[in-house]
Design a protein around this ligand. Structure first.
Ligand code: GUN
Ligand code: FE
Length: 426
């Protein structure tokens, strides 16, 4: 096989473990057929024929993973922020999602969203669509075209929606089966089961989704968990037989090592242990949790206890797609948590935040941390040469500043699944 050899050079920086940034100044990443072969100070003789690009003093770092966001809420970014979850869903989210019964509208919005993700350096997602199968297929087309990889799900909701945004149990099951069959052989974006949250799905529907999950072991599950206290009271009323929220998913076989649960703001030690035992990934969405007043998730406790944690923008509960901001918001939330915990828990550091937004998310897609050989290249190139420096800055400091400043135009190039998918030069 004669695979294309490529090499890119810059100041390479990544988080292989949560607390530490590995820095390799002025080094080359070599890829063959899009797969990382190694990082080298000097380009080895055997790779002399590689197509080489030297990014000079720029930073090269893994691209972002956004493990929780709602595609059809993209048009309502920054709206409804004076409401809490359940009111916000009824007043803003449901009417906005209902628009996606229109395939033309879906095409226009999803094409923009897909490019917005890539330009912001997000190359892997677990993303909710709406309940509309056709619009979900369009979302998957547009994500693939732009170079975004990961999972996308047609939402299931057969109760407590609105007049315009609801499906019958039969429709929900049939459309989900069709959605899976139509999309299971895609290369970059795969289908994921997406019961919206327990209040949106009848027990009959949950049972059918459990059967589908058992029939298709490669298809994972995403949903919401313990986000808001009113929501949790509601779940308790709907499932008096379940001691805790997570059990309403576990009861139907939807609680596995491939399950992704957004928020987990109010998950106590028992619920966290259930996550750890099953290998469920908790997706921390700090922006959203603050915007719609959900609370401050116990991320430090989850990490200490060995729960898998990644980050999500949760647009449009979160108000932007930029994962730089999501990292900064997670760090700030952990500082609020420290205060609420009477200074007994540590806050997240920048290297930890960077790990959660890159390597922790990549682990969900079965890749090794950082730029490990064997991984597909998912990377971004960052430039900060137009900013004044208070002193000669280390690559770690430059990354920290990128997280907090989110400079427009800082991302100069992006690779996804081994392919260059964005270049600031056009
Ligand atoms: N719970 C159920 N649906 C949603 C949603 O669209 N956004 C958020 N943040 N939480 C939810
Ligand atoms: Fe959400």
């Amino acid at each position: 096989m004669n695979e294309r050899l490529e090499a890119i050079k810059g100041n390479i920086i990544y988080a292989e473990t949560p607390g530490e940034l590995t820095v390799m100044p002025d080094s080359w990443i070599v890829t063959e057929g899009g797969i990382i072969r190694g990082i080298f100070g000097e380009l080895p003789e055997r790779y002399a024929a590689a197509e080489a690009t030297d990014y000079g003093d720029m930073i090269i770092t893994p691209s972002f993973t956004d493990l929780h966001l709602h595609a059809p809420q993209y048009p309502m970014l920054g709206l409804g922020m004076d409401l809490e979850l359940l009111g916000w869903l009824n007043k803003y989210a449901f009417p906005t999602e209902a628009m996606f019964s229109d395939a033309g509208y879906a095409r226009r919005v999803y094409s923009k969203l897909a490019h917005a993700l890539i330009e912001r350096g997000t190359t892997r997602v677990c993303i909710f669509s709406s309940l509309h199968r056709e619009a979900t297929n369009i979302l998957m087309d547009e994500l693939e075209k732009a170079g975004v990889t990961g999972y996308a799900g047609k939402v299931n909701m057969d109760r407590n929606g609105s007049e315009e945004l609801i499906e019958t149990t039969e429709e929900s099951v049939a459309e989900t089966r069709l959605f899976i069959e139509e999309n299971k052989d895609r290369k970059l974006i795969k289908p994921i089961l997406t019961p919206r949250f327990t209040p949106s799905c009848t027990n009959e529907l949950m049972e059918e989704l459990g059967k589908i999950a058992a029939e298709y072991p490669d298809i994972p599950v995403q949903s919401h968990l313990s986000e808001n206290t009113d929501e949790m009271k509601w779940v308790k009323e709907l499932h008096p037989d379940c001691q805790q929220y997570w059990e309403t998913y576990a009861k139907y076989g939807l609680w596995t090592s491939r399950t992704v649960m957004a928020h987990c703001v109010w998950s106590d030690a028992r619920e966290r242990q259930a996550m750890r035992d099953a290998g469920v990934t908790a997706v921390h969405c700090a922006d959203s949790n603050q915007n719609i007043c959900s609370g401050v998730a116990p991320v430090r406790a989850m990490l200490n206890e060995g729960v898998k944690v990644a980050l999500g923008s949760d647009i449009a509960g979160g108000d932007h797609l930029h994962m730089f901001d999501v990292v900064a918001a997670s760090i700030r939330a952990s500082k609020a948590r420290r205060v609420l915990d009477n200074w007994e828990t540590d806050f997240l550091t920048v290297p930890e935040g960077w790990y959660l937004a890159t390597s922790a998310g990549a682990a969900y897609f079965a890749e090794q941390p950082g730029f490990a050989p064997g991984n597909h290249l998912h990377a971004l190139v960052l430039a900060d040469d137009d900013l004044p420096q208070p002193h000669p800055m280390t690559p770690q400091e430059r990354l920290e500043r990128a997280v907090y400043l989110r400079q427009g135009g800082a991302i100069r190039a992006v690779w996804s699944e081994g392919r260059k998918v964005f270049s600031a030069e056009g």
